[in-house]
Design a protein around this ligand. Structure first.
Ligand code: FAD
Length: 70
């Protein structure tokens, strides 16, 4: 059993990948409800990998595209 602290995007993404690979996962979230304390809630839950295209490095854009595909 693998324990993850925090049910933000990072914690949930790790849990998803670990479950896909057959691991047992337990998530501890300090907020009373999942999502209410996560940064993504303030970000509007958007997925915008190209939003900083004009001002960032190519690698950031490339990684954003891979994340979007994932
Ligand atoms: C306004 C805004 C716009 C953004 N726009 C973009 C964008 O366009 N593209 C992009 O890629 N990213 C964007 N981001 C950034 C992105 O939202 C964050 O980087 C990402 O959501 C962070 O996820 P996380 O899981 O690392 O952290 P968090 O979402 O902060 O999750 C951490 C979780 O852990 C919990 N926690 C903390 N400590 C403990 C503990 N000790 N025990 C148990 N639980 C705990 C918290 O309650 C929380 O739920 C934006 C962010 C903001 C605020």
């Amino acid at each position: 059993m693998i324990t993850i602290a925090g049910a933000g995007l990072a914690g949930l993404a790790c849990a998803y990948e670990l479950l896909q690979r057959g691991a047992g996962v337990r998530i501890y979230e300090r907020a009373e409800e999942i999502g209410t304390a996560s940064a993504a809630r303030f970000a509007g839950g958007m997925l915008a990998p190209w939003c900083e295209y004009e001002s960032t490095e190519e690698e950031v854009v490339s990684l954003g595209g891979r994340a979007f595909d994932w």
